[in-house]
Write a protein that binds this ligand. Structure first.
Ligand code: MN
Length: 216
């Protein structure tokens, strides 16, 4: 996704970087507070990227890959760094998508092909929303709830920690972070309230674009 060469002189070294937030920290107020966004983006996502780069040091073959490629073949990553790549590479990929599917003045419902596909798969947008919320609320501890293609079908799943469905063949194009760090400052233990509020931030145009890409 964001592999860029920062090498000077000798052997170029590939490193991942945190994509800039595409809006201000306070853009998602009152649904997600500015302080949460700042810590979440700069510190949490920042740490995933730092630790992913650290894990890949000395693995020139792996440094050539995108984060999607790394995670799609996580079982081929050497034992010694597999957990670090899984957790931090997953964290990088998940958050890179998460920032983009939110925006100032978001919310509403998806239109076009995505709207139709959601209704066909889940009954209605309201049913879809309930199922995503349910997947997020029921995820014990930290993780994510996703909308993805699996075996050509549109499904909802949740994963633990920073796992992404790509690790076992799924293609997620929409999802919500249910780690406490995503909501604790404003919502404390009230995950359902955070999830309900989060729908008001969704950038459906971006999700429709992700959908079209994942569908291929
Ligand atoms: Mn997070």
């Amino acid at each position: 996704m964001t592999a860029t060469s920062t090498g000077q002189g000798a052997a170029p070294q590939m490193t991942f970087t945190v994509p800039p937030l595409p809006y201000a920290f306070d853009a998602l107020e009152p649904y997600i507070d500015a302080k949460t966004m700042e810590i979440h983006h700069d510190k949490h996502h920042g740490a995933y990227v730092t630790n992913l780069n650290k894990a890949l040091e000395g693995h020139a073959d792996l440094q050539k890959l995108s984060v999607e490629e790394l995670l799609a073949q996580i079982n081929k990553v050497p034992d010694a760094i597999r957990a670090a790549v899984r957790n931090n590479g997953g964290g990088h990929m998940n958050h890179s998508m998460f920032w983009k599917i939110m925006k100032k003045g978001g919310g509403g419902e998806p239109g076009g092909e995505l709207g139709k596909a959601i209704s066909a798969a889940f009954g209605s947008f309201a049913d879809f929303k309930t199922k995503i919320n349910d997947a997020g609320v029921k995820r014990f501890g930290s993780g994510w709830a996703w909308l993805l293609f699996r075996d050509g079908k549109l499904v909802i799943e949740s994963t633990a920690n920073q796992d992404n469905p790509i690790m076992d063949g799924g293609k997620a194009f929409f999802g919500v972070d249910v780690w406490e760090h995503a909501y604790y400052l404003k919502y404390q233990n009230r995950r359902p309230e955070y999830l309900e509020a989060w729908w008001n931030t969704i950038n459906w145009a971006q999700v429709e674009e992700n959908f079209a890409h994942a569908k291929k």
